[in-house]
Design a protein around this ligand. Structure first.
Ligand code: F6P
Length: 334
């Protein structure tokens, strides 16, 4: 007979992302609609160890759909790495009568979920990270909002770079992945985008592209660097040494993680939160929810963690082809 879920916990863990609150809201309200009580675990896996919790009803998640951050707080728990910590988490689940946990976060969150599921607690993961680097899903909650935030910042930078005829080197987040950088780079028409998935050749990837752009008449340049490549300050110095221009470096940093989630993130988070509780209550747990095409699917956690998400290099080609200004057409002399 299927396991009966009477009370579940929900937590957010790892780096926050816009739309986490929308997912929490959907989990709580879907659970309540199914006659399941919901307990919010604060500060991610750490809160499960320290019994840091808050009962959630439908009203307590009102007015959070549009809010960035996470009302449940988030953390990266060292204690959860040890067996002692995890056993403590299991005893908190027992003490609170939790029949399952919905964990909202990224890769590290799901590694925690796998460990917990191995200790007999049913878990379902909901992917939320601005890095979009989770193999089992095309999309992670927060990515689109973060891209738009970065684009807005870079558009502003471009205004001043254009006025002063300067080169801008902008570092965006993404951990070890270049999804954010490449997507943003295409959307701002960057002169060059550096991603960790492609071995850096400064001459080919940056210097030559600046020279070509200059020859074509460009007087300002926008270089987008994924943090996984290295420091933008360092890249800026290398550009200066190579061609003598003095780039202005901007590290966008945590600004990319804040702000009100946009339509895509609110909608995706709401559907994923709903789907996570439905899946769990229908006996499909120890899995991660993901998008494939327009649909939501579940993948067993272990399998999901082994899946690698590849940066679409054809998009890199798109950028290289379209972003570069080709030399102005000159009428042949008569
Ligand atoms: O994983 C999300 C992320 O924002 C990464 O892009 C970044 O490398 C990291 O978290 C930053 O983490 P922290 O908040 O600990 O500085």
């Amino acid at each position: 007979m299927d396991k009966k879920f009477k009370r579940i916990g929900v937590l957010t863990s790892g780096g926050d992302s816009p739309g986490m609150n929308a997912a929490v809201r959907a989990v709580v309200r879907t659970a309540i609609a199914q006659g399941i009580q919901c307990i919010g675990i604060r500060r991610g896996w750490q809160g499960l160890i320290t019994s840091d919790f808050v009962p959630l009803d439908a009203a307590s998640v009102g007015h959070i759909l549009s809010r960035g951050g996470t009302i449940l707080y988030t953390a990266r728990s060292e204690d959860f790495m040890s067996e002692k910590g995890r056993l403590k988490a299991v005893s908190t689940c027992k003490m609170l009568g939790l029949d399952g946990i919905v964990a909202i976060g990224g890769d590290g969150t799901f590694r925690g979920a796998l460990e917990l599921s191995r200790l007999g607690i049913p878990t379902v993961g909901v992917p939320a990270t601005i890095d979009n680097d989770i193999g089992c899903t095309n999309y992670t909650i927060g990515f689109d909002t973060a891209c738009n935030t970065a684009i807005d910042c870079i558009d502003r930078l471009r205004d001043t770079m254009q006025s002063h005829e300067r080169c801008s080197v902008v570092e965006v987040m993404g951990r070890n992945a270049g999804f954010l950088a490449l997507y943003v780079g295409i959307a701002v028409g960057a002169t060059a985008v550096l991603v960790p998935e492609r071995e850096l050749d400064l001459e080919r990837d940056v210097i030559e592209r600046i020279r070509n752009a200059r020859l074509a008449g460009a007087t300002h340049f926008m270089i987008v660097v994924a943090e996984g490549v290295g420091s933008a300050v360092e890249i800026g110095k290398q550009i200066q040494d190579a061609i003598g221009i003095s780039p202005r470096v901007t590290v966008l940093g945590h600004i990319q993680r804040g702000g009100s989630p946009n339509a895509r993130d609110r909608e995706t988070a709401t559907r994923m939160g709903y789907f996570a509780v439905k899946a769990m209550s229908e006996g499909r747990y120890n899995c991660i929810i993901g998008t494939r095409g327009g649909d939501l699917v579940e993948t067993p956690i272990e399998e999901a963690l082994a899946m690698k998400k590849h940066l679409q290099m054809d998009r890199y080609e798109v950028l290289e082809t379209v972003s570069v200004t080709t030399p102005a057409f000159t009428m042949p002399a008569r």
